[in-house]
Ligand binder design. Structure first.
Ligand code: NAD
Length: 483
């Protein structure tokens, strides 16, 4: 058991003291990774004030300085991907290959946004009035609050913190309570990158205390949040009330459509990868498999056979394909939804239920439900576990209607060889991201990430599109040559 205690980073200093909560390995509940200091509301306010004090100078820093700091952070992350990946797998339960790939992505996100510091340009317009110049400039917005979920504890903070800093904002970072280890290691790397005091601050702790302090503080100009839809909507209402900016990435209930002309092996691969890898704990997971009648039985048979070969176990064991569920609370949610699906008349075709492994952990066998009704909770709610619901439909038109019949609109996939239907789907699926003959999860990190309906609100994340959130336009008209 580790006795180490990890502190918060406020105004350029590591601040110990206060309560510290244990970080427990979900693959082995006897393994305590460390203790992580919970910031108080007063310390959170200090971090915000430090970020506000650092902003005037940081916003005018040369892009070269911002490039060098972010590039240095990216280089250290990339040099330590194995160590970071090991921490991520140990505290969150993602398998080592998944966790290491995430660390790698985080490193490259810092490199990408390092270079974005050079590209923070404005626009020159020709004025409609003679003798007048017209420029649109981009200003950083000020102190940015970064509030993140537990399922991507390196990549999501990276794709929020890096652009915030690149465009000249200062940052107060609140990671999810469940996974402070990866966040702390990332923060330690950022804190040693040569940023001026107060430009970056880490405050670990509960949403109700640390999170709400950030959301409600008048010196915080905007919040970039990723998490559940109910929490995102609550935060959004508070930010709207005080006129602050927001970028909200929230839940998903992503459909994967399998049409009768699909390559069955590919369809099964997409379903296994999209529904169950990362233990189904991805906002882009395929939790609804919408399958046309003609291929339904063959698809379900082949999928069930493939599910039997999945090895569920310790996230860091070499042969594990599906790690544990991240927490006891999430395991209980999975169990409740599995029981409710049965009560609602669905058939459990494969898996389901808590299972044991070599170590005491939150292990759950990936579950497949068939004969699911469109209004059943398992078909409508985001569960955030390795549970997929198969919806049987007569044809493509019904599949599209079922896919769009959701409060969410993040990612949607289609497996088919019919180009006309694929094109139709690309145009009519009510989502932000589409995958054709690919799993619904897995996005390129330099492209925008965005959803519709209950999944997203505000400017997209990642890529150059996120500049819309991290900067504000300033339109300058000037009479040429004075008067
Ligand atoms: P969550 O909403 O419970 O928590 C997210 C973050 O918000 C945490 O840091 C939490 O402490 C904080 N928080 C909670 N209450 C708060 C409050 N009142 N004020 C301020 N902050 C508060 O989500 P989670 O369980 O950590 O993560 C899972 C959710 O995240 C799922 O819904 C998943 O779909 C979503 N997610 C979305 C994306 C995306 O890009 N769309 C990516 C990953 C995860």
């Amino acid at each position: 058991m580790s006795q180490d205690t990890f502190a918060n980073h406020i105004a350029g200093a590591w601040i110990a003291g206060g309560d510290a909560t244990p970080n427990i390995n979900p693959s082995d509940l006897n393994d305590t990774i460390g203790h992580y200091t919970q910031a108080s509301a007063a310390q959170t306010a200090e971090a915000i004030e430090a970020a506000a004090a650092a902003f005037p100078k940081w916003r005018t820093t040369s892009p070269l300085v911002r490039f060098e700091a972010l590039d240095r952070i990216g280089s250290e992350i990339l040099a330590r991907v194995d160590e970071l990946g090991d921490m991520l797998a140990r505290e969150e339960g993602k398998t080592l290959p998944e966790a290491t790939a995430e660390a790698h992505r985080a490193g490259h996100l810092f490199k990408y946004f390092a270079a974005e510091a050079y590209r923070a340009t404005g626009d020159a317009y020709q004025s409609l009035r003679e003798g007048v110049t017209l420029d649109v400039r981009r200003d950083p917005i000020g102190v940015v609050g970064v509030i993140t979920p537990w399922n991507f504890p390196l990549a999501i903070p990276a794709w929020k913190i890096a652009p915030a800093l690149a465009y000249g904002n200062t940052v107060v970072f609140k990671p999810a309570e469940l996974v402070p280890g990866s966040a702390w290691m990332l923060s330690d790397i950022i804190a040693r990158a040569g940023l001026p005091e107060g430009v970056f601050n880490l405050v670990m702790g509960a949403g109700a205390e640390v999170g709400e302090t950030i959301v409600n503080h008048p010196e915080v100009s905007g919040i970039t949040f990723t998490g559940s839809t109910p929490v995102g909507r609550r935060i959004g209402a508070a930010l709207f009330a005080r006129g602050a900016k927001m970028q909200l990435e929230m839940g998903g209930k992503n459909p994967l459509i399998v049409l009768e002309d699909a390559d069955l092996d590919l369809a099964v691969h997409c379903a296994i990868q999209g529904s169950f890898y990362s233990t189904g704990q991805r906002c882009t997971a395929s939790s609804r498999l919408i399958v046309t009648d003609e291929i339904h039985d063959a698809f379900v048979d082949r999928l069930c056979a493939a599910m039997k070969t999945l090895s569920v176990g310790d996230a860091r064991a070499p042969d594990t394909q599906i790690g544990p569920v991240a927490s006891a609370a999430q395991l209980a949610i999975n169990q409740q939804y599995a029981a409710r699906a049965m009560a609602d008349g669905a058939t459990l075709a494969a898996g389901g239920g808590k299972i044991s492994s070599n170590t005491p952990g939150h292990y759950f066998a990936p579950a497949l439900f068939t004969e699911v009704q469109a209004d059943a909770a398992v078909a409508r709610d985001e569960i955030f576990g390795p549970i997929a619901a198969v919806l049987r439909v007569p044809d493509y038109e019904a599949a599209l209607t079922a896919a769009n019949d959701s409060d969410f609109g993040l990612s949607a996939g289609i497996v088919s060889q019919d180009q006309a239907r694929i094109e139709h789907f690309m145009q009519h699926a009510e989502v932000g991201m589409i995958q054709v003959n690919l799993p619904t999860a897995g996005m390129d990190f330099h492209a925008p990430f965005t959803g519709r309906k209950g999944s997203s609100y505000g400017a997209p994340e990642k890529g150059s599109y996120c500049r819309e959130f991290f900067t504000a336009a300033r339109v300058v008209h000037a009479a040429r040559g004075g008067r």
